[in-house]
Design a protein around this ligand. Structure first.
Ligand code: AMP
Length: 551
C-alpha cells in the first residue's frame, strides 16, 4: 500500500496590492479606497477627510504639508506653496504663467527648457516635486489607516489637462513612490461614483465649481459604460472670484469706518480676503452673518474694529453675475450636443463652491431639476478614483471582467504637427474618444536629406506658436535619396490616460524608428534624478515633522 502523499496545503494568494484613489486638487486633496465593496474616504490622524494642497517650508528646514501648511499661508506666504497645480505644464514665459506669477506670493523662476520652478528659501523645486510632496502626504494618510504599504494609485486630473500636465502628474506620483495605474479625468471619476454598479441608462452633467476653476462635462452612462460626450471649462472662474467680490465689499466698509491707504499696506487685502472667504462659507449655512474682527492698520496705533453684517441677498447682488458665467460655458458644452440641458437625467455637483446656495439655485434653474449632492462634492472625485482603483487592482478575476467599467473619455485638446509655414495641422481633433491613433506620412523635402524633425503640439489655434509644444521628434539617419523618396509613417497615439506617444516607421524599408519617441513630461533623466534626490531628504523631514505630528 502506498503511503498517500500529503497534498500541498492550499495557499491563499497574497492579497493584491491595494490601489487607492487620489483627487489631487488645486486647493484640496482627498484619498479614498474600496474595502469589501464599500468606498472609504480616508481621514488623517485628526479625522480630517480633506487636506490642503499646500506645502510650507519652515525656517528650521522642516517641510509641512496639508492642513498644517495652510496655517502658514497667512503667517509666511512667501515660503508656503499653494495652487501649484495651476502652474503645471505652463512654460515660464507663457501668458498663463505670467498671470499666475503676478497673483501668487511665492517666487517662481525660470528653470531649464522654459519650465517654471518654485524658489523657496534659496532652493528650487520643479512643479511635480511640489505635487509629489502632497501625494506623499496622501499616501502616508492611507498607509496609516490601512496599516499596510500603499504603492499603487489612480490619480485624477481635470478633463482639460493636456499631455504634458498629465505626464507631470504621473511623474509626481512616481516621485512620491506610487505606481500611477491610471490617470483618470475628474468628471469621469464623479460619474463613476454616482453611476457605477447601478445599471444606469442616463445622460449626466458634472458641474464642477472649485476654488479657481470651473468645468462642465456631459456623459452618457449605459450600464457600466461611461462615455464623455462633451466638456468645457474656464480655468479662471471659481470660489476665488466670489471671495474677491466680498473682499471689495468688506474693504469699502473698513474704509468707511476707518479711512486708510490700502496701496501702502497690501497685506490688509490678504487678511480681509481671508475674512471674506470665511463669511462666504458661513453664508452657505446661515441666511445672515455678522462679524466683528480687529484689523491692524498703519494709520492707527491700535488695531481697529471691522464690524459688518452680510446677508444672502447682498451676496446674490454682488455675485450672481459670476455664477451666471458658468452657464455660458454650459451653453458651449451643449452647443455640440443634440439635446438640451433639461433633457438630462441628473446633474452632479463637484467642488467646494457648489455648497453656495445661490449656485445650487441657479444650477436648478438652468438644468430644470435639483442637482445631486448626496455624495460630498469635495469627496466625490476621490470616491470615483477609488472605484476605478479597485477595478484595476484585481485584473484577472472573472468577476472583474464582468463588472469593470468601460470609460470612454475624449481628448481635451487637438493634437497636431507644425507645417512649414508655422501653421498647426490637426491630426487628432479635440473631443475624439480615447484611446485613439492617427497615422501620417512625412516625406523628405530636399535631396540627400538625412533628418526630419516633427514638432508635436496640443491646442486649438491654427498658429503653431499659440499652442502647447509637447515635444519634438527627430527622425535621424535617413537613407540618402532624392527628395520625396524617403517616406516616414508616423503614428500618433493617445492612450486611456490621455497620454501621447509617437512611433515612426520608414515605409520603404519597413524599419521602425529605433528611438520610438515617448513625449516626456519635459524633464531630462538628469533633472528627474535631481528631483528624486532633493525630495528624499524633504520627505524624511516631512515624515518627522508633519506626518507624525498632529493638528
Ligand atoms: P475645491 O477647489 O473644490 O477644493 O473648492 C475650494 C473652494 O470651495 C474655495 O473657494 C472655498 O472657499 C470653497 N468652499 C469650500 N467650502 C465652502 C462652503 N461651505 N461654502 C462656500 N464655498 C465653499
Amino acid at each position: 500500500m502506498s503511503t498517500p502523499q500529503s497534498a500541498p496545503l492550499a495557499q491563499s494568494p497574497p492579497p493584491a496590492p491595494v490601489v487607492v484613489g487620489i483627487d489631487l486638487g488645486t486647493t484640496n486633496s482627498c484619498v479614498a479606497v474600496m474595502i469589501n465593496g464599500q468606498v472609504v474616504v480616508i481621514p488623517d490622524e485628526a479625522g480630517r477627510r480633506l487636506q490642503a494642497s499646500a506645502v510650507a517650508f519652515l525656517e528650521d528646514g522642516t517641510v509641512v504639508i496639508g492642513e498644517e501648511a495652510k496655517r502658514e499661508l497667512t503667517r509666511d506666504p512667501r515660503n508656503t506653496v499653494f495652487s501649484a497645480k495651476r502652474f503645471l505644464g505652463w512654460p515660464y514665459d507663457s501668458d498663463e504663467a505670467k498671470r499666475l506669477r503676478a497673483q501668487l506670493p511665492y517666487r517662481v523662476v525660470r528653470g531649464e527648457d522654459q519650465n517654471a520652478m518654485i524658489e523657496v528659501r534659496g532652493e528650487r523645486y520643479a512643479l511635480p516635486e511640489i505635487s509629489a510632496l502632497v501625494l506623499h502626504r496622501m499616501r502616508d494618510i492611507a498607509e496609516r489607516y490601512l496599516g499596510r504599504e500603499v504603492t499603487r494609485a489612480v490619480i485624477t486630473v481635470p478633463a482639460n489637462f493636456n499631455d504634458s500636465q498629465r505626464q507631470m502628474t504621473k511623474l509626481a506620483g512616481e516621485l512620491a513612490g506610487l505606481e500611477v495605474v491610471r490617470i483618470l479625468n475628474e468628471p469621469t471619476a464623479a460619474a463613476l461614483a454616482y453611476g457605477y454598479g447601478k445599471g444606469l441608462d442616463a445622460s449626466l452633467a458634472i458641474y464642477d465649481l472649485g476654488g479657481g476653476t470651473f468645468d462642465v462635462t456631459v456623459l452618457r452612462a449605459s450600464g457600466n459604460i461611461f462615455e464623455v460626450l462633451s466638456t468645457s471649462g474656464d480655468t479662471y472662474l471659481g470660489g476665488d472670484d466670489l471671495d474677491n467680490r466680498l473682499t471689495r465689499v468688506l474693504l469699502l466698509y473698513l474704509q468707511k469706518q476707518h479711512p486708510f491707504n490700502l496701496d501702502a499696506q497690501p497685506e490688509v487685502r490678504g487678511f480681509v480676503k481671508h475674512i471674506a472667504e470665511n463669511m462666504k462659507k458661513a453664508l452657505s449655512t446661515y441666511e445672515r452673518v455678522q462679524l466683528t474682527e480687529r484689523v491692524k492698520l498703519a494709520e492707527y496705533p491700535e488695531p481697529v474694529e471691522l464690524s459688518v453684517a452680510l446677508s444672502r441677498d447682498l451676496f446674490r447682488a454682488q455675485c450672481a453675475d459670476i455664477v451666471e458665467r458658468t452657464f455660458k460655458i454650459c451653453d458651449e458644452a451643449f452647443s455640440r450636443l443634440p439635446f438640451a440641458p433639461r433633457d438630462l437625467s441628473d446633474v452632479i455637483l463637484v467642488g467646494g463652491s457648489t455648497r453656495v446656495p445661490l449656485v445650487r439655485e441657479l444650477v436648478e434653474r438652468y438644468f430644470g431639476r435639483p442637482p445631486r449632492a448626496d455624495i460630498d462634492p469635495d469627496e466625490v472625485v476621490a470616491v470615483g478614483a477609488a472605484i476605478q482603483g479597485a477595478m484595476l487592482s484585481a485584473p484577472f478575476s472573472v468577476e472583474h471582467t464582468l463588472s469593470s467599467p468601460l470609460l470612454l473619455d475624449v481628448t481635451p485638446a487637438s493634437l497636431g504637427v507644425v507645417t512649414i509655414q508655422g501653421i498647426c495641422e490637426v491630426l487628432i481633433p479635440k473631443n475624439t474618444p480615447v484611446p485613439c491613433e492617427c497615422r501620417k506620412v512625412f516625406a523628405t523635402t530636399s535631396d540627400q536629406q538625412r533628418e526630419v524633425t516633427i514638432q508635436v503640439l496640443q491646442g486649438e489655434s491654427r498658429a503653431a506658436a499659440e499652442n502647447v509644444k509637447l515635444g519634438e521628434l527627430t527622425l535621424a539617419g535617413l537613407r540618402a535619396a532624392p527628395r520625396g523618396a524617403v517616406q516616414i509613417e508616423v503614428t500618433f497615439e493617445i492612450d486611456t490616460d490621455g497620454l501621447v506617444s509617437i512611433r515612426a516607421r520608414d515605409l520603404h524599408t519597413g524599419v521602425e524608428q529605433a528611438s520610438s519617441v515617448k513625449v516626456s513630461a519635459g524633464y531630462s533623466e538628469r533633472e528627474v534624478r535631481a528631483m528624486r534626490g532633493q525630495l528624499s531628504s524633504h520627505v524624511r523631514a516631512a515624515d518627522v515633522s508633519v506626518v507624525g505630528g498632529d493638528a
